[in-house]
Design a protein around this ligand. Structure first.
Ligand SMILES: [Zn+2]
Length: 266
């Protein structure tokens, strides 16, 4: 029997997979097909659009507070983690308790978050989690998975799979930055985040207090960092498991003089 010829789409798919295999900061294997430069420029243009279209908080004390906390986090990044990015934060006037960080180093905090993250350590917990998504290239990974799904879909079309089957597998690729991350990515961002906040000199125990606050203030539209699968209970249990390691890191940071003093406005 003659072996079936492999069509060129399959070869393309395989070569993309080989080209895009990488390791996340927690040594998880992941497929990232886009360059950091491409992701950064998309993140920056999304950010500029948000700055142009959304109301921005101008209260200088609140702005200084948010800049202070994120400044300590960015300072704690290694030069490799920081990359060539001009890290910055914008405080958006919006009641939702939410925040984000985009490839390219652009961060956003919504004013509603300041009612839930009630001190500098809790705000640092949220922002370190968001920066964790960036460091682990989660947007790239999600976009890559969507692209591969499209290629797989095209290959299936060529192979004559029925339309009904195609509908079942073709969820439609959406590369938006604000889609939910998956469970693995959320847990990984938590894991990176608690160590990063400790490295920056913030009290990692407060990440657990924050989740308790968030669970109490959940509401009908949970924010990004409470959005998807890991339940607050699971997250709290996972963070507790990492707490002693994070506290050792925190102590080391304090001994190096990293003692953040960002004053939350009233
Ligand atoms: Zn998240």
């Amino acid at each position: 029997m003659m072996p079936r010829l492999i069509d060129c789409r399959t070869i393309l798919l395989l070569s993309l997979l080989v080209a895009g295999c990488a390791s996340s900061p927690t040594s998880r294997r992941q497929v990232v097909l886009y360059s950091d430069d491409v992701m950064a420029s998309q993140g920056i243009s999304t950010y500029e659009q948000m700055q142009a279209e959304l109301p921005v908080e101008t209260d200088s004390r609140r702005l200084a507070y948010v800049r202070c906390v994120t400044g300590y986090i960015v300072d704690a990044l290694s030069s490799q983690e920081r990359g060539d990015n001009a890290w910055e934060v914008t405080l958006f006037k919006d009641d939702q308790a939410n925040a984000f960080a985009l490839p390219g180093g652009k961060m956003g905090v919504f004013t509603g978050l300041l009612d839930v993250a009630t001190n500098q350590h809790q705000l640092a917990a949220v922002m370190s989690h968001e920066v964790g998504h960036v460091l682990a290239r989660h947007s790239n990974e999600r976009a890559s998975q969507a692209a591969l799904r499209d290629i797989g879909l095209a290959a299936a079309q060529q192979a004559g799979v029925s339309d009904q089957t195609l509908q079942l597998i073709g969820f439609g690729a959406n590369l938006g930055f604000f889609l939910p991350f998956n469970r693995v990515q959320e847990s990984e961002a938590d894991q990176i985040g608690i160590m990063l906040m400790a490295r920056a000199g913030f009290d990692p125990q407060e990440s657990i207090n924050l989740w308790h606050n968030m669970a109490a203030n959940g509401g009908s539209r949970p924010p990004e960092f409470l959005s998807t699968h890991p339940s607050p209970d699971t997250r709290i249990a996972d963070l507790n498991r990492q707490l002693s390691r994070a506290e050792a890191q925190w102590l080391a940071a304090r001994n190096q003089g990293r003692v953040p003093d960002c004053v939350a406005p009233d």
